[in-house]
Design a binder for this molecule. Structure first.
Ligand code: DC
Length: 226
């Protein structure tokens, strides 16, 4: 018998672990849709930034959210108020602001509502921080990716193309540590593995190894239950 969550794969984990790349390719191999929830927090951060919103004013913030739409187009681009903002949300400024906004209950409630609505049709790989614990607790396939801070710093550094200086490597590490602190200590849906998630230490694994390990497990579990 089919139940809610049968066709939902969740991939959670800290910044810099490589979730987006992995989730995208896992989705492609399974023929599923990839839901990048970090992009949604980033889109709201862009809106708040453009409106010069005061993050301490929860009434004004709620008002701003009530006039905001966050969607994805069929190609997976994130649309803020119908505008494609996929590139604009990838700056350091927006990364840092999204991490602060993600601590606010109003913002999480607003985005979780949209995420669950998207999840209703199933066949998705949802990636973020609270997919397995809070947004889709009934998902049948849950993964939690981890790696050491040193390894995540290296991955983020190569991805950002910030040149080769020791100083910028240290900057990336400091930003990651700050992001980890906010993600794990926030009161609302902090980052942690769901009790029924498969925890993978990817420190010594290539992206390809992580992807094939996830896809194989999903196929094994689905054969087991069919
Ligand atoms: O994965 P990312 O770096 O694009 O996410 C941007 C920010 O959003 C990050 O600081 C953590 C936050 N986030 C969250 O709190 N919950 C999610 N499900 C996804 C992202």
């Amino acid at each position: 018998m089919k139940r809610d969550g049968d066709n939902i794969v969740t991939i959670d984990g800290p910044s810099g672990v490589g979730k987006s790349t992995i989730a995208r390719q896992v989705a492609e191999l399974l023929g599923f849709w990839c839901l990048d929830t970090g992009a949604m927090y980033r889109a709201v951060a862009l809106k708040a930034d453009e409106a010069a919103a005061d993050l301490g004013d929860s009434v004004a913030l709620s008002m701003l959210l009530s006039e905001t739409t966050v969607e994805f187009d069929p190609a997976g681009s994130v649309l803020l108020d119908r505008r494609d903002v996929s590139k604009l949300i990838r700056t350091e400024r927006i990364s840092s602001l999204s991490s602060r906004l993600a601590e606010l209950g109003e913002v999480r409630e607003f985005l979780v509502g949209i995420q669950r609505k998207i999840g209703e049709s199933g066949n998705i790989v949802a990636e973020g921080r609270d997919m397995g614990t809070y947004v889709f607790p009934g998902a049948k396939y849950k993964f939690y990716l981890d790696a050491t801070v040193a390894e995540r710093t290296k991955r983020r550094f190569h991805q950002s193309g910030r040149g080769d200086s020791e100083a910028s490597l240290l900057d990336v590490e400091a930003e990651l540590r700050e992001r980890d602190r906010r993600d794990t200590l926030r009161a609302e849906n902090p980052l942690r593995p769901a009790p029924d998630a498969v925890i993978m230490d990817t420190t010594r694994m290539s992206a390809e190894q992580v992807i094939s390990s996830i896809v194989l497990r999903v196929k094994d579990i689905s054969l087991l239950h069919d």
